[in-house]
Design a protein around this ligand. Structure first.
Ligand SMILES: [Zn+2]
Length: 413
């Protein structure tokens, strides 16, 4: 066996073992605290709501276990099982050069989507349905899927074709050109997302509650923020989970509220949630995140440019026909197990941003309103108040409710 085969197997085994261990810990921890609402929440959350959150979180963690197994099996089947080699041979019948490459990339994406299908179905019609969150019909599920696939093909194939062309023609420095194309593509996508892409999946209408609108405009003025529009999205078409977000940048910047959020929160609470989102913008979290992702992709493309001409890279993963498209596919397929252990760092960074945005929100809106909004949201979304601390440290982009609320209470006092 080639050393790289062993390195990949070791990384995959380690990542899979850690994922399973974390999920098992999480389930055990939630079950241990299932029969009592944590101190400080006893008045706000009833025992049955707490137990629903526990059962919902356990069901999601069980899905995480299945997901981990399926993912590892798919990776092994594609590499050591000869799946990629077979797909490459099949793709060769459709053409040569970039055409061959695009069929290979599309084929791998299609295989991964089909493999994930049963779990995606179970997520929506098993878990979300059982806990009363799902609003989708099977017809919508498949229409969404088809739309996503067409969109991915319309955007992804030209991008992949362009990058394959650069890899073939631009010599040793191709990775710099490819990176520039990637950055440009993402910036264009960010700009057109609110006006062209999001409306493919949801309906957006201007916020028409005059009192709430006035309140929000005052908040925006206090924070020195200009947005092009306050929109309401029909999130209730798919799910009863609520949310609010910013989208676009420059001229297309707008604020979007899920209709489900406006239904559940009163005006001061909506204002406080928005103040939190404004915090992410004002504290440059969004810009920092985009900058980090661009820096990471530059590093990854450079790394790919170093290893794509090494035979060990292909043979180590049981591929006998090296090509630029194969290099691209292999690289992004086998990268996650090697980077999995960096997850806690990213999550930590994200949770720090959440605390900072909460702090900002507390300066521009009453902290008590944000606290009551969070309690409602955590309760409505059946988010557990008692996650396993290690599982949370690894994955959670948002701090668990008790920590967040405890810190907000110090601002409110
Ligand atoms: Zn946030």
């Amino acid at each position: 066996m080639v050393p790289f085969s062993l390195a990949f197997l070791a990384a995959l085994t380690a990542a899979t073992a850690v994922k399973l261990w974390l999920a098992a810990r999480h389930i055990a921890h939630i079950r241990r605290y299932r029969d009592r609402v944590p101190a400080g929440f006893a008045e706000k959350i009833a025992l049955d709501a707490h137990q629903k959150a526990a059962d919902y979180s356990v069901a999601k963690a069980q899905l995480e276990i299945a997901d981990t197994g399926v993912e590892a099996a798919a990776l092994l089947a594609l590499t050591f099982g000869g799946g990629l080699q077979w797909l490459d041979g099949a793709a060769a019948r459709f053409g040569s050069g970039i055409g061959h490459g695009l069929v290979l990339i599309g084929g791998v994406a299609a295989v991964l989507t089909v493999v994930d299908l049963p779990l995606a179905w179970h997520r929506t019609f098993g878990i979300e349905q059982r806990f009363g969150f799902n609003k989708m019909t099977p017809r919508m599920f498949f229409t969404d899927m088809l739309k996503h696939a067409l969109l991915a093909a319309a955007l992804g194939l030209p991008l992949a074709g362009g990058i394959l062309w650069l890899m073939d023609r631009m010599g040793a420095a191709w990775w710099i050109y490819a990176w520039l194309v990637w950055v440009g593509f993402n910036l264009v996508l960010l700009a057109v997302y609110p006006t062209w892409i999001a409306p493919l999946f949801n309906k957006f209408s201007p916020l028409d509650d005059p009192q709430l609108k006035q309140r929000i405009e005052q908040l925006l003025a206090r924070c020195g923020f200009r947005a092009q529009g306050l929109m309401v999205m029909d999130g209730s078409r798919r799910s009863s989970h609520g949310n609010a977000y910013f989208t676009g940048f420059g001229k297309t910047k707008r604020i979007v509220f899920f209709d489900t959020l406006l239904e559940r929160l009163d005006a001061p609470e909506v204002e406080a949630v928005l103040a939190h989102e404004l915090g992410h913008f004002k504290l440059r979290h969004v810009v920092k995140r985009v900058a980090w992702s661009f820096a990471t992709s530059l590093g990854l493309l450079w790394l790919l440019s170093r290893i794509m001409h090494e035979t060990w890279f292909y043979h180590g993963l049981n591929v006998q026909s090296p090509s630029t498209a194969m290099a691209l596919v292999l690289f992004f397929l086998v990268l996650p197990p090697f980077t999995f252990l960096l997850h806690p760092l990213l999550s930590f960074y994200s949770r720090r941003h959440e605390f900072e945005a909460d702090h900002y929100a507390a300066q521009h809106a009453p902290a008590t309103a944000l606290i009551s909004a969070l309690v409602k949201l955590y309760k409505d979304n059946a988010a557990t108040l008692t996650p396993d601390p290690l599982h949370s440290a690894f994955y959670d982009s948002h701090p668990p409710a008790p920590l967040r609320i405890a810190r907000l209470q110090t601002y409110a006092a």
